[in-house]
Design a protein around this ligand. Structure first.
Ligand SMILES: Cc1cc2nc3c(=O)[nH]c(=O)nc-3n(C[C@H](O)[C@H](O)[C@H](O)COP(=O)(O)OP(=O)(O)OC[C@H]3O[C@@H](n4cnc5c(N)ncnc54)[C@H](O)[C@@H]3O)c2cc1C
Ligand SMILES: *[C@@H]1O[C@H](CO)[C@@H](O)[C@H](O)[C@H]1NC(C)=O
Ligand SMILES: *[C@@H]1O[C@H](CO)[C@@H](O)[C@H](O)[C@H]1NC(C)=O
Ligand SMILES: *[C@@H]1O[C@H](CO)[C@@H](O)[C@H](O)[C@H]1NC(C)=O
Length: 529
């Protein structure tokens, strides 16, 4: 598509004044009008400028981390909520024309808000209306449009079949667009790997507005977008995924333990066995703090889904983790879709339609960081971490075991490199209810402190991190120039040896670095303005 119709070129200076913003908004709409062959009524319906009445509501609807709700200077100039792919193509071409950045939002769970915030003027494309899901049981696949949530996907699968599922994350409101772009781990990863390991095709729109499938984008780009940050390469329209078989009955348990019940010994032991259990069994540990002041308490929950019935689970647990003392009465048999509800924190008898809710249950300001562990942490190290937890009000350490299928996939199969040799992934998560600069500072500081404290125990050279738990403390691109070597500092943490290949593919596929953000894949040897 050519953009020669769009009459006006404009170099934007930052920050832009209100008057300029209005004129850019006007030009953007005019450009859309030209691109889309002139249905201005429809364009008005899908475009929200910062002065539209509905703008705050549309922006906020999927901004899942409210930390930045009051920072208007970083919000988009315009929001577009396309219904059709041609409208996304037009948004790309018009943003390019007007030298605006473009950010795309699917579920809005980005940990640093990069899908809905930027330090430079930008257009946000919100895919809330691009979310159809087509299940094909004959070949056990599904086409899922990027704006669908994983809860919508799980729900649709369960309506089509009782013996199929998909191995993705645990929080139903997460968007499939961003989730697969960064990997996607959930309670079936020990059996089936990540969501991104189960993708067989995709539709991607490039910086020229061209729509590609796997064949036309080529195997390099198809490799890159599965876990290597699709947002650095284009806009994903849809993923084609491979469904997996699940048994008609699975078993869930939630076993809480306190310090009086020897929780540290249990978690210490868990580190030796959780990655080595039968691959039908995933036991994660959620260590947390609850209560205020003197009533503050530390506890941990062993939270699990077993892909089978309780009759098979109990002997397995007795054999591999007898210390936990799991009994049949601690367990509940349920369907796979009920296990999705169970893990998401709903009651399994609740209506499955709750999975369709697009707002996270945990919509509170938060900061998170992540680590991978190749060696168990000694008891004294764990106890030190619990002490640090006690300094916070709402904080969690979420430990997700690897092993099983994760060991069989090579580090370079897709960009997500954290495979064999990793015992578990740990997420440090702190939440706060009352937002203020002071509160933010205090909680961000806490996250840095606990991260620093863990240094002796975690993976090294690089100290690895999970890209879907995005953390700008690890480093970020400069606004107008991105050097590969500077970006390697954080890039190698997320992608290890795959980072260079990602940059090579990026350089070839998006040579002008149109698709960029604070932690996008940089061009090789480059500078960009
Ligand atoms: C409450 C909560 C629970 C979570 N649980 C899990 C979990 O269980 N397992 C796990 O692995 N992760 C989990 N995550 C992390 C989650 O996987 C990532 O934040 C993921 O990137 C979110 O995708 P999204 O579409 O919702 O987010 P968005 O904010 O919309 O997007 C995230 C990033 O992907 C880009 N992007 C979005 N859509 C597209 C697209 N169509 N094309 C190209 N780029 C796109 C965005 O621009 C942004 O850079 C959780 C996050 C939260 C907040
Ligand atoms: C657990 O294992 C022990 C020793 O192997 C055995 O004696 C016991 O019967 C087992 N219990 C269950 C519930 O399987
Ligand atoms: C969706 O979930 C949010 C967060 O838990 C809740 O506030 C809201 O009421 C729910 N919406 C519906 C329609 O149930
Ligand atoms: C935003 O600002 C308003 C008004 O000052 C305040 O009441 C609200 O708590 C703030 N919200 C957040 C999430 O900071």
């Amino acid at each position: 598509m050519e953009l020669s119709y769009c009459a006006v070129f404009l170099i934007l200076l930052i920050p832009i004044s209100r008057a300029d913003a209005t004129s850019v908004e006007k030009q953007f709409k005019e450009c859309l009008l030209t691109q889309l062959d002139g249905n201005s009524e429809h364009i008005e319906k899908i475009t929200f400028t910062s002065s539209s009445t509905l703008y705050p509501q549309v922006w906020d609807s999927l901004a899942q981390n409210p930390r930045w709700v009051n920072i208007s200077s970083r919000k988009p100039l315009m929001i577009l909520t396309p219904f059709h792919e041609s409208e996304i193509q037009a948004a790309i071409l018009c943003s390019k024309e007007l030298k605006l950045q473009l950010r795309v939002r699917s579920g809005g769970h980005d940990y640093e808000g990069l899908s809905y915030l930027s330090d430079v003027p930008f257009v946000m494309v919100d895919l809330i209306n691009i979310r159809s899901i087509e299940i094909n049981l004959a070949d056990e696949t599904a086409w899922v449009q990027a704006g669908a949530s994983i809860g919508e996907l799980y729900y649709k699968i369960s309506k089509a079949s009782k013996v199929h599922g998909f191995p993705a994350g645990t929080c139903p409101s997460v968007g499939i667009g961003g989730h697969i772009s960064g990997g996607g781990q959930g309670l079936m990863l020990r059996k089936h790997g990540l969501a991104a390991d189960n993708v067989v095709d995709a539709y991607l729109i490039d910086a020229n507005g061209k729509i590609h499938d796997r064949k036309s984008m080529g195997e390099d780009v198809f490799w890159a977008i599965r876990g290597g940050d699709a947002s650095s390469f284009g806009v994903i329209l849809a993923w084609k995924i491979k469904l997996v078989r699940v048994p008609p009955i699975v078993t869930g348990f939630n076993v809480p333990r306190t310090p009086e019940e020897g929780v540290t010994d249990l978690i210490h032991r868990w580190q030796y066995i959780a990655h080595d259990l039968h691959e039908d069994l995933v036991i994660r540990v959620i260590a947390q703090i609850s209560g205020h002041d003197k009533s503050k308490k530390f506890r941990a929950t062993f939270n699990s889904i077993f892909l089978g019935g309780v009759d098979r689970l109990i002997p397995l647990m007795n054999e591999s983790f007898p210390e936990l003392g799991l009994q049949a009465k601690d367990c509940t048999e349920m369907s796979w879709i009920q296990s999705v509800m169970f893990i998401a924190g709903y009651n399994i008898e609740d209506p499955l339609e709750l999975l369709l809710n697009r707002t996270t249950m945990f919509k509170r300001s938060f900061k998170a960081k992540s680590d991978f562990f190749k060696e168990p942490v000694p008891k004294s190290g764990l106890e030190g971490a619990w002490k640090l937890l006690l300094e916070e009000e709402i904080a969690f350490l979420i430990m997700e075991p690897y092993g099983g299928r994760m060991n069989e996939i090579s580090e370079s199969e897709i960009p997500f490199p954290h495979r064999k040799g990793n015992l578990y992934n740990l997420q440090y998560l702190v939440n706060w209810e009352v937002n203020s600069d002071e509160a933010s500072r205090r909680h961000l500081q806490w996250a840095k402190m606990v991260y620093k404290y863990m240094t002796p125990y975690v993976s090294k050279s690089p100290r690895a991190a999970y890209f879907n738990y995005k953390d700008l403390d690890l480093g970020k691109n400069k606004l107008d120039s991105t050097s590969y070597s500077e970006a390697s500092v954080w890039g190698k943490k997320y992608f290890k040896g795959n980072f260079r290949r990602l940059a090579q593919i990026k350089t070839k596929f998006d040579p002008l670095n149109f698709f960029r953000n604070e932690q996008s894949i940089p061009l090789l040897n480059s500078h960009h303005s």
